[in-house]
Design a protein around this ligand. Structure first.
Ligand SMILES: [Zn+2]
Length: 294
């Protein structure tokens, strides 16, 4: 067994309250708690006076009102989107309409050509960024500057945003302290996700602010544990297969026996992502929907 993942809990979450987390970072949590969103979407406000908003969240009037109250008397000049899921980007539209801020993101949501089932809260197909952001791009305001870090895996268009002044990284759903990340093909890609975790290991960010849950201080042990966890899952899949040929839905309850059953449909998506990677690495083959070791 690999070391347990050092999860962190968010103590005392209050929807709509403004939490000052550091000199430059404030957070307002939306009232959309759930099995994929934990205590709700954490929308970050960066700076004072002229501010950037990261992941404005779902379309929810109470959350938007709380956000406007948080920035009263200030100017929202930038709206940064980590990725296009329904709990992250939809409120960018009303926030932009009212403030005139420009939106920044990697690009629109990838459309699944095969109409694959949606997990989490699904893709926000409406979002199109005003400014297309690529890896290494800088986004600057009066009192802050971000560097974009492209981290595909959870979605192809996932970005993290580094606030160098505070050695902070806004990690969206790529790295969260409360849970592992859902990787749902075809937009989700396990190899890309593992590569994007390695990419963060090579950086020196001191604190992560995920969109869901508490900040993560000392993030590298968490990343190493997340990588080890995925490798361990693949070994579990290999041993669950043994000498037999099994389909995905027979494997899920074996490999994810310890996981809440409500999450099994999402777990099946992550397992599919593992199956694709295990085929790419030559460890298994798939015949007529059944997998066996090669
Ligand atoms: Zn997401």
């Amino acid at each position: 067994m690999a070391e347990p993942i050092p999860f962190v809990k968010l103590a005392d979450p209050v929807h709509g309250r403004v939490d000052q987390l550091s000199p430059l970072v404030r957070r307002v949590i939306a009232a959309n708690p759930g099995p994929f969103t934990y205590t709700g979407t954490g929308t970050y406000v960066i700076g004072r006076g002229q501010v950037a908003v990261i992941d404005p969240g779902p379309l929810d009037d109470a959350h938007l009102s709380a956000l406007f109250a948080a920035v009263e008397g200030e100017t929202v000049s930038h709206i940064l989107i980590t990725h296009t899921h329904m709990d992250h980007s939809p409120a960018a539209a009303p926030l932009k309409a009212i403030t005139g801020a420009r939106t920044y993101g990697y690009g629109p949501h990838e459309r699944a050509s095969d109409g694959t089932a949606l997990v989490e809260e699904g893709g926000d197909m409406a979002f199109v960024p005003d400014v297309v952001v690529r890896d290494g791009d800088r986004i600057t305001g009066e009192s802050w500057a971000f560097e974009a870090v492209h981290t595909p895996g959870h979605t192809a268009n996932h970005l993290c945003f580094a606030l160098s002044k505070e050695l902070a990284l806004f990690t969206g759903d790529h790295v969260m302290g409360w849970s592992t990340t859902v990787i749902s093909p075809p937009d989700g890609d396990m190899q890309a996700y593992l590569d994007s975790l390695e990419k963060l290991l090579n950086r020196d960010d001191a604190i992560y602010y995920p969109t869901h849950g508490a900040p993560v201080v000392d993030p590298k042990p968490l990343i190493r544990a997340l990588i080890a966890h995925r490798h361990e899952r693949e070994e579990q899949i290999i041993s669950a297969l043994g000498d037999s040929a099994l389909d995905l839905m027979s494997l899920v309850p074996i490999v994810y026996a310890a996981v809440d059953k409500r999450l099994h449909p999402a777990a099946a998506r992550s397992m599919l992502a593992h199956m694709i990677r295990l085929q790419q690495t030559g460890r298994i083959v798939c015949e007529d929907g059944r997998y066996r070791t090669s």
